[in-house]
Design a protein. Structure first.
Length: 389
């Protein structure tokens, strides 16, 4: 009942408003939305940390300057990250999500928190450092994961050494040395784990790309003619079957044109099969440049080609073939035979509702035979119930 109500009343205005708001805030495409979502999530986490820092300062666990300075720097920084990513400025950068900058900022913020925390609370910082390293292993390269981990250790180690020398009362050297030892005993293992996971992730990504390339090559071999690069006979037959289904369902008519290069045997006999192959490729190139994107051109077999033209009458398809003839006039087929020019004959047929694709192709073939018998270098439309459109 609820589904029927929704169908009658149309889309939910609240849901539409939320979707529009999400697109406006997060971005128009999937990649931008992913990057801005991470930035906003990090901003939320920093807001929680700033609130925790304010409470820590109120109960004496942190120096008063800590939450004030952390809040003053955190939100402008993340607002800058958000604007750069959401506006598309970083779209073509090597790091479009600014993950490296965000991790560097996190390390600086954690080091600052370590400086401002009280003596007994500074150990919590090691947990935050570990969190940054774990986060980086899923976003950085193996090299960057190690660099960030080592940088975190250097920053904290320097802070421990300098501060215990400058103010040994607030930063007791024995406690700082103990924390430094804990850091040396735990973070290197975590950094090495981050390196391994980043390496595995990169390897899986590389294997996924290689698999996709292999599948694309298989798809090319399955659907493309090796010589001309056009669709092969098997694929165009699938296209014809799909076009026939759309005709039955939606009434979308289509025209097929069966084409045969004139005197192709003479080209092979006079100039050799290599020039014959070049002739086939020259025709495929000229026809592909002239026809519409919605038209499909395939090598039907030998020197025969098949055009599938959706939503096109035979009369308009004849005009398209004339454009192909005009293009062939200026095409140099081969340097071996620079004077050679290609001509073709064509038979066209409009698909009719009371026949299958085999019947349409048969009528196109008969029209092609008529074009050849009438002197070649022409197009003939098969008899049938054609109407101009």
């Amino acid at each position: 009942m609820s589904d029927l109500t929704v169908a009658e009343n149309g889309p939910d205005p609240l849901l539409d408003a939320l979707q529009r708001w999400a697109l406006a805030v997060l971005g128009p495409d999937r990649h931008t939305r992913g990057h801005t979502s991470i930035i906003l999530l990090c901003a939320l986490m920093y807001a929680i940390c700033c609130g925790a820092a304010a409470h820590s300062a109120a109960v004496g666990m942190m120096l008063p300057i800590g939450p004030t300075l952390l809040t003053a720097v955190t939100f402008p920084a993340h607002l800058t990250f958000y604007i750069l990513v959401r506006s598309g400025v970083t779209r073509h950068w090597r790091d479009p999500g600014l993950m490296v900058l965000q991790n560097l900022y996190a390390l600086l913020a954690i080091s600052f928190a370590y400086v401002t925390l009280g003596p007994s609370e500074r150990g919590m910082v090691l947990v935050l450092i570990a969190l940054v390293i774990v986060f980086g292993m899923y976003t950085h390269t193996p090299r960057l994961s190690v660099i960030h981990g080592v940088l975190a250790m250097v920053l904290l180690g320097a802070a421990m050494g300098v501060l215990s020398s400058v103010d040994p009362g607030y930063y007791p050297p024995e406690l700082e040395l103990l924390r430094f030892g804990v850091m040396l005993g735990s973070l290197p293992a975590l950094i090495f784990t981050a390196y391994l996971i980043s390496s595995w992730r990169n390897r899986l990504s590389s294997q996924r790309r290689e698999l996709k390339q292999a599948l694309d090559q298989v798809q090319q071999l399955a659907t493309r003619d090796a010589l001309t690069g056009l669709y092969n006979r098997r694929h165009i037959q699938e296209k014809l079957a799909y076009a026939a289904q759309r005709y039955k369902r939606y009434g979308e008519r289509f025209t097929v044109a069966l084409i045969d290069l004139d005197h192709f045997k003479r080209i092979n006999d006079a100039h050799g099969h290599q020039v014959g192959d070049q002739a086939l490729m020259a025709f495929a190139s000229a026809a592909s440049m002239v026809l519409r994107d919605t038209d499909t051109l395939a090598r039907w077999g030998g020197e025969e080609f098949l055009f599938l033209m959706p939503n096109t009458s035979p009369q308009k398809a004849t005009i398209a073939l004339d454009r192909v003839r005009d293009a062939l006039v200026s095409i140099v087929v081969s340097e071996v035979a620079p004077q050679l020019r290609l001509r073709f004959s064509a038979g066209l047929a409009l698909h009719q509702g009371d026949e299958g694709t085999e019947g349409t192709l048969e009528r196109a073939d008969q029209a092609l035979y008529q074009a050849k018998s009438e002197g070649r270098h022409r197009s003939v439309v098969a008899a049938g119930r054609e109407t101009d459109g």
